[in-house]
Design a protein around this ligand. Structure first.
Ligand code: GSH
Length: 220
């Protein structure tokens, strides 16, 4: 059976988790406590990059969340989470790449502030501005649609829809974005989202671990 190494607080892992559930793939979840376990010999043998998520499917290892999503779609095509029309593929990839290249790095800067690490005011302002630009872009893309690609749930919804619920923790309100609010409400009614939803107490207990990871990264 497919093995899924994850941590519930990891946004990178949550998108893979939702995809596994939406595709109804049987898998064994393996929790990796990101309090140093990821650096130990046992996990390093499994993933030399020392990160989650990672899947091992019939002995085949895939790291990097987007690569995992592509693999799952090719290997388990039904139900499909990736459209086939050129325009729709472009929408999915735009939403995914904006989430990973813009939203996540900006959220990481704000996370540094939340866990008490030193961040200068300019970086914080820039991060907030980058987030607002992406949020506005998503709002416009969703105009009149149930999901980013009309009626079909895709990786676009999974990637953005597992990150955006964290925005209130960074003091962002989605009040001015009715399309995004409606879309998120619809996603959060799905069983997959309910299973992976981050509980506030999980975030609180994870803050010291997140701080340790970010501190270690900035020392490198
Ligand atoms: N680009 C990778 C990022 C993976 C990643 O950074 N995972 C974090 C959790 S969100 C991690 O395992 N961090 C552990 C560490 O840095 O020690 C992906 O998309 O899978």
């Amino acid at each position: 059976m497919l093995k899924f190494y994850y941590n519930p607080v990891s946004g990178n892992a949550r998108r893979v988790w939702v995809a596994l559930l939406e595709k109804r793939i049987s898998f064994t979840p393996i929790l990796v406590n990101l309090d140093g376990d990821q650096l130990g010999d046992e996990f390093t043998t499994i993933n030399p990059l020392q990160r989650v998520p990672i899947i091992i499917d019939n002995g085949f290892r895939v790291v990097e969340s987007l690569a995992i999503l592509d693999y799952l779609e090719a290997k388990y095509p039904t139900p499909s989470l990736m459209p086939t029309q050129a325009e729709d593929i472009a929408v999915v990839r735009m939403v995914e790449m904006l989430a990973i290249n813009e939203l996540q790095p900006a959220m990481l800067i704000l996370t540094r502030q939340i866990v008490g690490l030193n961040v200068d005011v300019v970086s914080i302002d820039n991060a907030r501005e980058r987030i607002m630009k992406v949020v506005k872009f998503y709002e416009d893309l969703l105009n009149g649609k149930t999901y980013f690609v009309n009626q079909q749930i895709t990786f676009a919804d999974i990637v953005a829809g597992t990150l955006l619920p964290s925005l209130p923790h960074f003091d962002f309100s989605l009040d001015a974005y009715p399309n995004l609010q409606e879309w998120l409400q619809k996603l959060e009614q799905r069983e997959s989202w309910q299973q992976v939803a981050l509980k506030p107490e999980m975030i609180v207990t994870s803050l010291p671990k997140i701080r340790a990871i970010l501190e270690r990264r900035s020392e490198k």
